[in-house]
Design a protein around this ligand. Sequence first.
Ligand SMILES: [Zn+2]
Length: 713
Amino acid sequence: MPTWYDDACFILHYEHQFYRGEYPPPLSGVDPAQVRRLLERIRPDAVQYYAKGSAGLVPFTTRYGNEHPSVMEQPEADVLRVFRDVTRELDIRFVIAYSGLVDFQAADWRSEWQRIGSNYSPYPNRALCPNHGYVDELMLPQLEEILSLYEPDGVWIDGENWTVSPCWCSVCTNEYQMLHGRSAPYDRSDSLWKEWIDFHRDSFQRYVGRVARYLHDRSGDLLYATNAGYATHQPEEVAGLGTLGGGPERLSWDLSPAYSLRQAGLEARFFDSRGLPFDLLTWNQSSARPWAQGRLPALPTYPKTFDHLAQEGSVILANGGRWSVWVTAYSDDSLPEKQHEVVAQTAEFARERAPWCIGTQSDAYVAVLHSSATHRAAGNGLYDPGPSLDRIRGAHQALLELHHPHDVVNEEGLRRNLARYWVIVLPEQIALPPDLDEELTEWVRDGGRLIATGRVSPRILEDIPTFALEDVLGVQWTGRQEPSAHFLYNELPLRIAAPVYHVTLNGAEMVIPLCGTGNEFRPNEWSIPAVTRNTLGEGRGYYLAADFFAYYHRSQYPGLRDFFGAILGDAMPQPPLLTTAPPSVELVLRRKGNATILHWVNHSPGKSLAQNNPFIERVPPSEPFSVTIAVGEEPLEVRLQPEGIEPEWSFSEGALTAFVPPVHLHTALVVTGPERPEAPPGAETEAEAEAEPEAASPVAPAAAPEEPDYPPD
Ligand SMILES: [Zn+2]
């Protein structure tokens, strides 16, 4: 069903948590003229304002007893009414932000609504249990009240999946007892611990579905979002996906206030694969320590420069997302006027780019599998944002820096686009659903290139430890591992200080061996493979015997990325795309109709970020670079957008080569062709059979970087 959100590109989010004792007091500075002046200037597609923050107090007269004391003192000030009226007048959508499972007022009022830990006390974050009375007795009826008072175009619920932890409240333990016929486990050693954890995931999914249906029953065209829902720390399938009104129709998350540029690209790619439109929020302020760390208190936030914000926004827009900018209102609900000068620039920046961003689809030819099964097994079993995601972060970073356009997908996302991918990377996927084996095997047989690292979903078959997909990889796991080793690469031992796994060859060939020392003269080769290559049908399976991607994320050594680049070079001797862009420029490959769109975002910080400096002052332009991409037929038009400039370009044997002048923040190379040929691995052979061989052979290496020198075929 089409909604206003489909065409939106810029959302303005105002933060105000409405705590007690704020000074100047809430509502005392509401100024309709200021709201109108700023919104007329910025013209966002939608504005979000808080109807309830984590304090649990609302800025309007309510039937539910949780109004902020300021409402009594300022009876005629209604900030939500002002925003509703002004946005309606200016044809801007209005979205209510409402804190869901964090509500300190409710936790004080009805302490039994809190999540209870195994020690029978509430958790320190005092989050509420979605199975207890809060949802039915306060949250849903109050949302209904808000709907009838302000008729919002959307509801954005905050304080959601990150609050989920096992709950031993009376309702949860009783319900679990009914479902499983025994009492709730108390610790991880219990054999039913996993079921207990899954019960809480199911409870949260059920809660999301209930809120969605409740809201949609009352307002059919209202958009519902659960903040941070279905981001990388919740890789399971979206609740109610494909059902009418049974789940969110907008995905949304506020990125970290500091160092969020690479996070933006990872979360945007993952959201983009979920089958729903999305936005990501960037705070307009940053801090060297946005949250308290142990005994160190949080440090204040300060405004970001335009360059800083636009760098983050570019990544979001390039990946097909809407950009939301977060501004904190003053305690009295007046708005920080000065900060809106930069916000106005960011809105203009987004609008100029929207035609080449909004409504585009990924044309990436590499997929990184971020399976829900692995995330459950590797993390705490819940919505764990911690180190268990490092394997995905490392794979994302390596592919970003190597300029191989990639998607980040869960099991369902992989299936949806399997035929588009040339290469699938399984970064340390320690659990895979067995029903994926056959599909991946067939995909490799048809010409796909699979690269697996670390433990590949270990399974015990007849007492023998095995990896999933051993037939594809041509190796057999012995069950043994070492805490670290070296990869003998270009005759130099490359230290890998991460678990390394012993496999024996079972059809594959050893590409490079493991060795025991870092001494280039005496590396002490183990005759155990570090990297193997196996041919299966038209395709190949590669195995890297280490927790390679998590290690890349943690160590950041560029040589590891180059090493992975060489393996990709072996897997794709003729990749669909080659560029001389530096690793600090992000490439996003998208399409829209007959246009192939290459987005370039300059990540350069312009100064040292050493010693915890998160503030970007001025982004220096990149070097000029070239790109060669297989496009099939000669393009009708090649332009750099939004500038509208025609770059220097040439076309030869199915490939376009273009020269991109220095990029300041973002530019899109838009190649409009007669029709883009499909070139998935499966279809490749068919296309070759029909078309001229040249048309299917991808890239002329003329303008490309040096050919990978490893390994000889
Ligand atoms: Zn509970």
